[in-house]
Design a protein around this ligand. Sequence first.
Ligand SMILES: [Zn+2]
Length: 296
Amino acid sequence: MRGFLFSDMDIRGVHIRLDKSMQTLLQQHDYPPAVSSLLSQLFIASALLSANLKLQGRLSVQVRGDGPLEYAMAECRLEQPGTLEPLSLKGLARHAPDVSDDLDLHALLGKGQLVITIEPDEGQRYQGIVGLDRETLAECLEGYFYQSEQLPTHLQLAMGGNQAAGFMVQRLPTRVSDEEQADEDWELIHALVTTLTPAELLALPAEQVLHRLFHEHDLQVFAERPVRYQCDCSRERSAHAIVALGQAEVEEVLQELERVVIDCQFCNSQYAFDKVDCHMLFSPGSASKGEQEILH
Ligand SMILES: [Zn+2]
């Protein structure tokens, strides 16, 4: 993923192209093609929306509705703002047993909503919700930016095979006093970016996309920021989930099944805790010992 800023205009942008991580993300689940395609767009969207956030935490983009696709969500984890720490993506969808291949956003979700959630590790959680009342997910996201931040935004998402790519330009609050000039700048750049085809976006690396569109302009291009697939589930987090269930409930499961298994819905990992493991989790005074065992 690569961000850029126009030197003489109040406009910034981001480019992203994923192949390997997209493959890993989609191979986790056997989704119908229409669901996979929308999920790919959500992955790209969550990374694009995270690009300009200066915080440590998570951003998720979710669509939900009353159609054959109940919901789909992608989450982007951000570490240490101001560094080139990779962004980590994960996501999932829940859908009816039969989803035909040719369904678009509205046929998939029916009457639906787009939900953007920003959750800093420390500080206030923010949630923005807009109706899915435009034709494509990209257009709905443009609407979200306009509604929530009054920032005119152009956003393009493209999928093909196991690849997905995205491109976003955004007008910044005007630094200069000349609003008229800023309007003209935005119109010019907007006209340029709408000439970028989905095929070009999928095929070309960031440098070539930027050169193709903006070779007549002065751009500051930032260093590449890696984006990877990584689920943040762990045995330790699963142990916390078991403790949160409460001892009575856990005892009940153990009597029936001999062990408690925590499934990660994102990556399908399983974490099993037998009677001894569970006993350790609930023993007074042995919590820290239990924790050490778990961390092994
Ligand atoms: Zn996981």
